[in-house]
Each structure stands twice: as C-alpha cells, then as structure tokens.
Design a binder for this molecule. Structure first.
Ligand SMILES: [Zn+2]
Length: 265
C-alpha cells in the first residue's frame, strides 16, 4: 500500500510528502513505512544527505538503486544490515527522542489575541471537530517523543488594541500543558491511524493532543510579520494587503498559551 505520510527521522514529525522536513528543515524525511526501521535505533547517525539517500534506498529494498552505489557504499550498507539483524532480537519498540526545541525565526515578534476562523479548519484526530491548529505527540513511558504530527489551517489572530494578523504556514504548539489532552494509546488505536501512523507499527504510550479551537482566547503567537496581499480580503483597506505571520520551512510560527508565558515572567 502506498503511503502519503512521510516521517522526519530527526524530529519525528509526520507530514505530507516532502524532501525537507517542514518544521526542522532536515533532509531526512521519507515515507513512514520506509523509515520505520531507523526509528528502532538509539544511536542513529546519518552524516549527510548522500548517506541518507542510500539508506532509504536500502530500506526500500530497491534493486533500482543498487547498481549505482559505489563499492564502499555497499560495504556500509552490508554493515548496517548485519547490525540490523543483530539488534532485531532485542527490539521492543521505537526509541524515543527528546522533544525537538522550537526556535523562533530571526526578527520574530510575539503578538497576543483571539484566534478567529479564516477560510478553513482542520479536523481534530480526536473527534473530527474543526480546529485551527493541532499538535499531536506520542510519547513513551519516559516522556520521550516517538512520533508527532502538526496540522494548521490559516487563521486570523485578533490582536488586542489593533487589527487582525493572518497566521499561516507551518505552525508548532509550544506550550502544551493547558492546551493538551492526554490519552493512553497502543498499536491499532484509530487516533494513531488518523495521525498517519501505520497500523502495524509498535507504538505504545501516551498521546498528547494540543488543539487551538476557533475563538480560543489568550494566545501568544511568535513569528515574523510581513505584509502580504490576500485575495479574500481585497475588499478591505489597502487592496487586501494585511500583516501576515507565515511559518516557513525550518522556521515555524510558534503557538503558545499567553497565561503560561505571563506566569513564567
Ligand atoms: Zn524534522
């Protein structure tokens, strides 16, 4: 079965097919069925893009790629295969990673306000409810991250004391404690299926889902604000040119709960 879900080996983000991870910009993304083997290794280290390409080719079992590999590369692949066979017995499940740090782009500002629906929503993996942003993380018992998924629809942030800013592009929810719900999950859970996790992947742990519903108040959103022309708003002043905070590859917009930020100051 062809999968349309890719996984970043570096930050464990499940995402639509891509060459570079939308959140961390690592070139280590491939179909989740292909990279699943790699997720079992604690000390997975792939130095560069070329190695990565060969490993994915190897895991795909593709005879297509083999003739073009240099003898040294083949040696490395055999070493990896032996290592794989040796460690297969001890496997219990995917090895978790620390939650990748969310870093704000250079020139970022933080704005505060209420999230308003723009033109679309995304469906929550929990109950199909329409939400604006949802970050789902599967963690193991030790709290390490196994897999993640983030979906976001463009939405308007009604900023206190000023106008609205369109929040678009790649987003990441950074404070989860007040936005998240937690559930124990194991292999075959339909919520994992909706995240894009293959049904036969050995995943057991806690599912942490942080959602931003429509009209959510007290949000703190960090990113770079630029003016963009937005067709839907062309009837507005300035021919639809409005401030837009757009999350880009390697520089997501950071979505947090304002009350937690205030408490930390
Ligand atoms: Zn990544």
């Amino acid at each position: 079965m062809e999968s349309s879900t890719f996984c970043c080996v570096q930050c464990r983000l499940l995402q639509p097919p891509t060459i570079t991870c939308v959140e961390c910009a690592a070139p280590m993304t491939a179909p989740v069925e292909l990279v699943r083997e790699l997720l079992y290794y604690r000390d997975m280290q792939i130095g560069n893009h070329r190695d990565w390409t060969m490993v994915t080719a190897f895991l795909a079992g593709s005879s297509l790629a083999m003739p073009v590999l240099a003898p040294l590369a083949v040696g490395g692949i055999i070493a990896l295969a032996i290592h794989k066979i040796r460690t297969r017995q001890q496997r219990r499940g995917i090895v978790g990673i620390d939650m990748p740090a969310a870093v704000a782009a250079q020139g970022s500002t933080t704005i505060y306000g209420v999230a308003r629906r723009f033109r679309s929503t995304v469906s929550s993996i929990l109950d199909d409810a329409p939400v604006l942003v949802e970050h789902a993380v599967i963690k193991d018992r030790a709290g390490a991250v196994l897999l993640r998924r983030c979906e976001a629809a463009p939405f308007l942030l009604e900023v206190e004391g000023s106008g609205s800013v369109l929040i678009a592009g790649v987003a990441r929810v950074t404070t989860t404690s007040s936005l998240a719900q937690r559930f124990a999950v194991k292999r075959g859970d339909p919520r994992l299926g909706r995240m894009g996790v293959p049904a036969d992947l050995a995943v057991t742990g806690q599912l942490e889902v942080a959602s931003v519903p429509i009209d959510r108040t007290d949000l703190a959103i960090t990113g770079v604000i630029e003016e963009e022309a937005v067709a839907e708003l062309a009837f507005h002043r300035d021919g639809g040119r409005i401030p837009v905070m757009r999350g880009r590859v390697g520089a997501p917009v950071l979505v947090a709960d304002r009350r937690l930020i205030a408490a930390a100051l």
